[in-house]
Design a protein around this ligand. Structure first.
Ligand SMILES: Cc1ncc(COP(=O)(O)O)c(C=O)c1O
Length: 426
């Protein structure tokens, strides 16, 4: 986001600056609420310095702030700081949890169910661990919805060659941008309960919801609302990050995971595993604290904070709609609504002559398309084959991060390119 010109949230940077260089605590240029946050974080650090290692699970007071944030977000559903682990971005948490879940050999090797299209961290982590990737397909005709019948199909087929134990959900979706409704989440949780699957809920885009009528529901909240049979049994790890939302602070590598119903001995193993990397970056932990503990009404920085946050999110919402509308005006491109996250994943029609030429170059057809787009316009998008897609369909993923004016020019260029491409390979 920042690479595309998005400005950092002032309050977050003020607190991190104060933590990094505490002499600034005497400066009149910093607001009192930022200083108060910084002092609290520094008190949680060894020697009052960000330069000390912290506990492997993360600084206590920040884990408490994360738990309070989750409780507020989920309408009072309790969260225990002991179940919170601060991480090096969400990626670190996801890899760590997968690491402790994967075991067995041959047909009993752990299968990990992931959506297709997926964010490639999942296929990469699964491959690194030599686990078995089990694909379930999102329903493109239905705005990339997740259908439990498809989960069941994938699970039953996978049981023939592995031991499917983990179900990953990305909500809102990357690269597909869908936001799951409450009923869908309930169905998924019921399915996980029935099949005794460990749920991984990747919720890093929880603040990025744009379409009217769409709302973010956390898996944790719905799990609780489904009653004790579910919330006392279903194992769930959910993930959040400083990287997305309105912050876009991916360089700080801040994140957390909340883990529910993990056996105490496994929790011990998880801490041991996390302690191999000593601790997550402490500046990232501080940044995560501001995401979960931002200025509140009545505090000096509140007005500016809300203005900045809303400006980023309103802008993203505008760009989501603009992108969807522009793509859908181009013949041979269809784009589902960008309900959330930061990407468009339009389906593109590639003529058979272009497919043949791609094959001659030993390239996937959408890779060929994306390379041509790059060569002819300088626009870099990612071919759908990098995320997975139904056989015979082609897509690309594009972020909606460039500023509105630039995005309009970019979309016009994609349109001109696409029309010429169709003519050339007609
Ligand atoms: C769905 C999803 N999960 C996880 C991540 C990784 O985020 P982080 O920077 O917090 O490691 C990303 C980053 O793009 C993502 O899109």
């Amino acid at each position: 986001a920042h690479a595309m010109g998005q400005r950092p949230i002032t309050f977050l940077r003020q607190v991190v600056a104060l933590c990094t260089y505490p002499n600034l605590l005497d400066s009149p240029s910093f607001p009192e609420d930022a200083k108060e946050r910084a002092r609290r974080i520094l008190q949680g650090c060894g020697g009052n310095s960000l330069g000390s290692y912290t506990a492997s699970q993360g600084i206590n007071c920040i884990r408490e702030d994360v738990a309070s944030y989750i409780e507020r977000r989920d309408g009072g559903v309790p969260a225990d700081p002991d179940n919170i682990y601060l991480t090096t971005g969400a990626s670190d948490g996801i890899s760590a949890i997968l690491k402790i879940l994967v075991s067995g050999g041959g047909k009993s090797r752990t299968g990990v169910m992931i959506p297709i299209p997926q964010y490639p961290l999942y296929s990469a982590a699964i491959s690194e661990l030599d686990a078995i990737q089990v694909n379930y397909y999102l329903d493109e005709e239905n705005c990339w919805a997740l259908n439990v019948n498809e989960l069941r199909r994938a699970l039953n087929e996978a049981k023939a060659y592995c031991n499917p134990k983990v179900l990953c959900i990305i909500n809102p979706g990357n690269p597909t941008g869908q936001v799951q409704n409450r009923k869908c989440i309930e169905d998924v949780i019921h399915f996980a309960w029935e099949e005794k699957l460990f749920l991984l809920a990747d919720e890093v885009y929880q603040d990025n919801v744009y379409s009217e009528g769409c709302q973010f529901h956390s898996f944790k909240k719905i799990l609780y609302e489904m009653g004790p049979e579910y919330y006392n049994n279903v194992e769930l790890a959910s993930f959040h990050s400083t990287s997305k939302g309105y912050m876009g602070e991916c360089g700080y590598r801040g994140g957390y995971m909340e883990v529910i119903n993990l056996h105490p001995e496994i929790k011990g193993q998880l801490v041991k595993l996390l302690s191999v990397r000593l601790c997550p970056p402490v500046s990232g932990q501080a940044a995560m604290d501001i995401v979960v503990n931002p200025p509140v009404p009545g505090e000096e920085s509140y007005a500016q904070f809300i203005k900045e946050k809303e400006s980023v999110l309103n802008n993203l919402a505008k760009k989501a709609k603009l992108t969807e509308d522009m793509f859908n005006k181009i013949p041979g491109i269809h784009c589902n609504p960008l309900q959330g996250a930061m990407y468009a994943f339009p389906r593109i029609f590639i003529p058979s002559k272009a497919i043949e030429e791609a094959k001659a170059h030993k390239m996937a057809p959408d890779m060929f398309y994306c390379m041509k787009l790059l060569e002819e316009t300088g626009i870099c998008v990612v071919p759908g084959s990098g995320f997975g897609q139904r056989e015979g369909t082609y897509h690309f993923r594009m972020t909606i991060l460039p500023p509105v004016e630039k995005l309009k020019i970019l979309l016009e260029k994609v349109k001109d390119f696409h029309i010429k491409f169709l003519e050339k390979y007609a």
